[in-house]
Write a protein that binds this ligand. Structure first.
Ligand code: FAD
Length: 367
């Protein structure tokens, strides 16, 4: 591996987003990251770039531009058509060592969780996994930019950039506190970010047309790849799209006295709104719903227009995944349940009595 000095912070500039695509489709989280990356890049006065790997993926650059990318670097090769850790890590690390971005954001998907730590270890830098919030110290940046604007270009690199740290926030100690982590000594600063926690900006046609595309010349051969993908088999069962749903009706341990009826009621209520059913970890661990339904710190983060919690106590780890919903309705028979602290409307009662009344009322309103 080439010599890579990543302790001279002034050598590094720009915010990068790894643009994960699968079978020619960008992962939705990439657009969330791009939108947030735009804000960070604007705060820092630097370029926002996408790094896109695959085969025949040029068509995606426009969409990345529409969500904020100034530039998209494309590594195009048949060896990158399907994800392998070896190939992707090699191309990303080679490119980072050459172009020296200051920040590298990766979606915390299964692929991102595999790729991020591998690249961070190889680049000898820090990575904060599973972030829920990103920030830069705008005041310190403003001071930096002000000083930089008064100096000739040749002197800007000599300025102290040590305050230009990305603040990467993630839940710690089982979600009981939020830890903000910095990587002050090495670059790039790397973070994987949970899908669904950052807001996607609006599609901007003008920006889509303005994006600059740069094809990378990469060095990659079959000998670099230890594994061979023989076949890609899609999950036979359709997984529930919790993060994309506008209405989520979740059930918790409160349905335990009649699980079948509890889930049926939740499904019926959800279908009245064209929504989907989610669950607390207790509902998933009890085997009442499959893991793709879990909302919370170790499940999905959702911010639908309407979130209805049925028989869920509102543990901090559950709230972490739903408290940013636009409107929250909670049904719980204990009036002191913590879920009521984040609910816009709280109904204290037995869900088996309350939910049929809600369904009837909605049907009557529609009639
Ligand atoms: P309970 O806490 O048992 O609450 C059941 C509620 O139902 C009670 O409030 C009760 O009053 C009410 N109830 C009972 N019967 C009725 C009825 N007939 N009508 C109305 N209300 C009724 N949890 C998650 O949800 N998602 C996560 O991602 C997650 N990640 C975690 C990660 C870690 C590291 C840890 C330590 C925990 C995590 N948990 C997570 C678990 C979390 O701490 C709670 O244990 C869990 O959320 C509790 O689920 P619950 O609210 O369904 O059950």
């Amino acid at each position: 591996m080439a010599e890579f000095n990543n302790t001279n912070l002034a050598d590094f500039s720009g915010v990068w987003v790894f643009c994960e695509q699968r079978q020619g489709k960008l992962q939705p989280t990439v657009l969330e990251l791009m939108s947030e990356g735009r804000k960070l890049a604007d705060d820092m006065g630097v370029e926002l770039c996408g790094l896109l790997l695959g085969k025949d993926v040029d068509g995606m650059a426009k969409e990345l531009g529409a969500y904020g990318a100034d530039k998209v670097y494309i590594a195009d090769s048949p060896l990158l058509e399907t994800y392998t850790t070896d190939a992707y890590a090699k191309v990303i690390c080679d490119t980072v060592m050459e172009k020296k971005p200051e920040i590298m954001l990766i979606a915390a998907t299964n692929i991102g969780r595999d790729l991020g730590p591998r690249c961070a270890a190889r680049l000898h830098t820090g990575l904060t996994a599973d972030c829920t919030h990103l920030d830069v110290d705008v005041e310190k940046y403003a001071a930096f930019l002000k000083e930089a604007s008064t100096l000739p270009e040749a002197q800007i690199d000599a300025l102290d950039r040590s305050d230009r740290n990305l603040k990467m926030t993630r839940p710690a100690f089982g979600g009981h506190l939020m830890a903000t982590i910095i990587c002050p000594r090495f670059r790039p600063q790397m973070a994987t970010v949970r899908p669904g926690v950052l807001k996607k900006s609006e599609y901007d046609e003008a920006k889509a047309n303005a994006v600059v595309v740069e094809k990378l010349s990469i060095s990659l051969s079959e000998a670099d790849i230890e594994t061979k993908v023989l076949e890609v088999v899609k999950e036979a069962k359709e997984l529930v799209d919790l993060t994309g749903a506008e209405v989520v009706v979740s059930v918790g341990r409160g349905i335990s006295k009649d699980v079948e009826t509890g889930i049926k009621l939740a499904e019926e209520l959800a279908s009245e709104f064209g929504g989907v059913v989610g669950g607390s970890r207790a509902a998933i661990d009890s085997g009442w719903l499959t893991a793709d339904h879990q909302v919370g710190q170790t499940g999905k983060t959702v911010h639908p227009k309407l979130y209805i919690a049925l028989g869920i106590s509102g543990a901090i780890q559950h709230k972490a995944g739903m408290q940013d919903s636009e409107c929250i309705i909670a049904v719980n028979k204990a009036d002191g349940a913590p879920i009521f602290d984040v609910a816009d409307y709280g109904i204290c009662g037995d869900l088996f009595k309350v939910v049929p009344m809600m369904i009837d009322a909605i049907k009557a309103a529609k009639a």
